[in-house]
Design a binder for this molecule. Structure first.
Ligand SMILES: Nc1ncnc2c1ncn2[C@@H]1O[C@H](COP(=O)(O)OP(=O)(O)OP(=O)(O)O)[C@@H](O)[C@H]1O
Ligand SMILES: [Mg+2]
Length: 254
């Protein structure tokens, strides 16, 4: 589904990512670990196509198409969606407006909204005064409405209480694995018949989201490089007990 080849990315003239190679197959979920400032968000932004994140070499291939120079809206239409670490406040646009304008959902989305306890903020301006947990639930509702095939999840559990981590985690898992929400919620016939195999790239520091979202593999970023790969649970345990320095020793570049 996604193939990143020898990718280098610059932000405001500074080289951030160097020689990144990463493949994600349909149905596969990859966890991305790494210290603050190591370039995790930069990678997701570059995949999404924000022009501030300048690709200086390499390629991004999505579903067989070279999207390296494609506009964001075209990437979204092809099936890439993102849950942002720190989404902007957009005054004048409510969450509901955005779901209606950008989303693929037709008609009733109350079940989705109920499931994510989104009623309280559905009619408020996007992220305006939202609590940390509300921001993440709103992001997830928007992502659900896009029905993307590749989900880029930037710290979906950060700032979220334990009960909401479970709610967000289970909802993401349903999206990734079974497409249950599409079945349940009376969406378009085309979508109901479309059994897409979604894939995900999930950034997490704590790994709490992985209690609900079963990642297949993990990669570790340090200083803009992938330094290590492995089983998500094992890699996380190594980081927790010995720090990121231990990951450097692994040095299994992919
Ligand atoms: N607009 C920008 N201008 C200058 N430097 C930037 C900009 N955006 C990102 N960077 C720098 O790029 C580096 C990587 O940032 P990035 O946000 O990708 O890290 P991260 O791995 O997601 O960290 P965190 O775990 O803290 O979210 C950082 O040093 C950051 O300051
Ligand atoms: Mg980040």
């Amino acid at each position: 589904m996604l193939e990143i080849k020898n990718l280098a990315v610059e932000v405001e003239g500074s080289p951030i990512l160097k020689d990144i190679n990463l493949h994600i197959k349909p149905g596969e979920i990859v966890a991305l670990f790494g210290p603050n400032g190591s370039g995790k968000t930069t990678l997701l932004m570059a995949i999404m196509g924000y022009d501030k994140y300048k690709i200086t070499s390499g390629q991004i291939i999505f579903k067989g198409q070279n999207i390296t120079n494609m506009d964001i809206n075209e990437r979204v239409k092809l099936g890439i969606g993102m849950m942002f670490q720190r989404p902007p406040v957009v005054k004048g646009v409510t969450v509901k407006d955005l779901i209606h304008m950008a989303g693929e959902l037709e008609g009733d989305y109350t079940q989705l909204s109920d499931r994510l306890n989104a009623d309280a903020f559905l009619n408020r301006y996007l992220n305006d005064g939202f609590s940390g947990g509300e921001i993440k639930r709103s992001e997830l509702l928007q992502l659900l409405s896009l029905q993307s095939d590749l989900l880029l999840l930037d710290e979906p559990e950060s700032g979220v209480d334990v009960e909401n981590v479970e709610l967000i985690g289970r909802t993401i898992n349903d999206m990734l694995h079974e497409n249950l929400l599409v079945e349940e919620n009376g969406l378009t016939r085309k979508q109901r018949h479309n059994k897409r195999k979604r894939a995900g790239l999930v950034i997490t520091h704590t790994g709490h989201i992985l209690d609900y979202v079963n990642a297949d593999r993990a990669v570790v970023f340090i200083d803009g490089h992938i330094v290590c790969k492995g089983n998500p649970g094992e890699v996380l345990n190594i980081i927790k007990s010995n720090g990121f320095e231990e990951c450097k020793k692994c040095d299994q570049k992919i």
